[in-house]
Design a protein around this ligand. Structure first.
Ligand SMILES: *Cc1c(COP(=O)(O)O)cnc(C)c1O
Length: 410
């Protein structure tokens, strides 16, 4: 048994240690749509569950190599990749939930995930949104039909941090599937398996890819959940070890039937990006903390929402969970006398763009963009003011980011 390597070494050597042709250090981009067999019995065996490839909608050697890396990063037993993070989330919910089932979710979630809950409700799945920063509100939502609990590791965009460990303990006790969206923390800050998560979802478009040039998503099974206790697994997927049943159903019902497949080219780009995840996160988190501390003391900034600041309501939990690295996302409320559009137009280094987890620092006025659709009344209820910005901090030289804020705030 070789010695267990660290996070980055493991990712860097993952392809080379698998089956790779000609001694290449990267798994190549396999463009083939179909996979042929010389022996008809072998073809049948692969259709019947033997490891192998048939048709690229269900995966290619290139996506499989990326899936192996994500499993290693998360410490999980298996991963299925998708075209986007939303495809991964949709496949998970639609493959595992049925009409009449009940899902408990944090109310602090990514807007598109919240929109997806609306679709699920239209199809008869009950969804209760709770304040998941408080374990008691999660527990109070329990019903006999509850199947699943969902939360994000660090909420996009509010940066709230749910009581992830307590939720994990409680889900184990109640035999509930615990789905953790780890996109903002990434497996470098947080492995869902250490918190009791059953399934971990990552948008690979964000930090794991990191370069803003490829979309992807992944679901990883941590191996902690005993799927024989889960009523919605169809008969053909109740085969072999129960640890693998859930992911098999996600792969068959979610990926094969819904078809949100990751392309080989995107998988290859994401895999190259993943090699530097730890380095980029180290720099991005350090930039974000420095910037948050600077902005919190600036007279023209009314409030900074960042888990690394002692003023953040879950600061101590963040220290406990993530050990003094607090992610790259922050919310900033400008002072009332600043015009948010004028301020944004003065920025020279920060880019006015949606997306997050990019090498470059990106900024967005939230009320006018990602929260526009919900209307002013709902925004007021959620405490979102017109001069609130979402900043995703990149890996630029720290002083350049500070200087850009200084000149734009002047
Ligand atoms: C961006 C994001 C997603 C969706 O990922 P895409 O790859 O853009 O589809 C899901 N969850 C969170 C927390 C995100 O930030």
């Amino acid at each position: 048994m070789p010695q267990k390597n660290g996070f980055t070494t493991t990712i860097l050597h993952s392809d080379r240690r698998g089956s790779v042709e000609h001694g290449a250090i990267h798994k190549p981009m396999h463009a083939s749509s179909e996979y042929a067999y010389a022996d008809s019995r072998e073809l049948a065996a692969v259709f019947q569950g033997k490891a192998g490839f048939t048709y690229a909608r269900q995966g290619t050697p290139t996506t499989a190599a990326l899936e192996a890396k994500v499993s290693q990063m998360e410490g999980g037993v298996g991963t299925v990749s998708f075209a986007t993070g939303m495809a991964a989330l949709a496949a998970t919910f639609f493959a595992l939930l049925r009409a009449g089932d009940h899902l408990i979710s944090s109310k602090y979630v990514f807007g598109n995930t919240n929109s997806l809950f609306g679709t699920l409700m239209g199809m008869g799945v009950e969804v209760t949104l709770v304040d998941a920063t408080d374990i008691e509100s999660v527990k109070q939502a329990l019903r006999p039909e509850t199947r699943m609990v969902f939360t994000e590791a660090i909420a996009n965009p509010g940066t709230q941090i749910a009581d992830l460990r307590a939720i994990g303990d409680w889900c184990r006790q109640e035999k509930l599937v615990y789905v953790l969206d780890n996109t903002l923390a990434t497996p470098w800050l947080c492995q869902g398996i250490t918190l009791g998560a059953s399934l971990v979802v990552n948008s690979l478009s964000k930090h794991i890819g990191g370069h803003g040039n490829a979309m992807g998503g992944a679901v990883t099974d941590t191996g902690l959940y005993d799927w024989s206790a889960y009523p919605n697994i169809a008969a053909p997927y109740r085969k072999g070890s129960p640890t693998s049943w859930g992911l098999l159903q996600i792969k068959k019902k979610g990926l094969r039937d819904m078809g949100g497949t990751l392309s080989a080219e995107a998988a290859h780009r994401i895999a190259a990006g993943a090699e530097t995840l730890a380095l980029r996160m180290e720099k991005g988190c350090s930039n974000a903390l420095t910037l948050a501390q600077f902005l919190a003391g600036h007279p023209r900034v009314a409030k900074v929402h960042y888990p690394g600041l002692p003023s953040h309501p879950q600061h101590e939990r963040a220290v406990d969970l993530y050990g003094h690295r607090f992610g790259t996302l922050m919310g900033i409320e400008l002072a009332d006398d600043l015009d948010v559009f004028e301020f944004l137009n003065r920025l020279r280094v920060l880019i006015l763009a949606t997306h997050l987890g990019d090498n470059r620092t990106l900024v967005l006025p939230v009320a006018h963009t990602i929260y526009y659709e919900m209307g002013a009344q709902q925004r007021a209820l959620m405490g979102i003011s017109d001069n609130q910005l979402r900043v995703s901090v990149g890996i630029e030289d720290t002083q350049d980011l500070i200087d850009d804020f200084v000149q734009a705030l002047a």
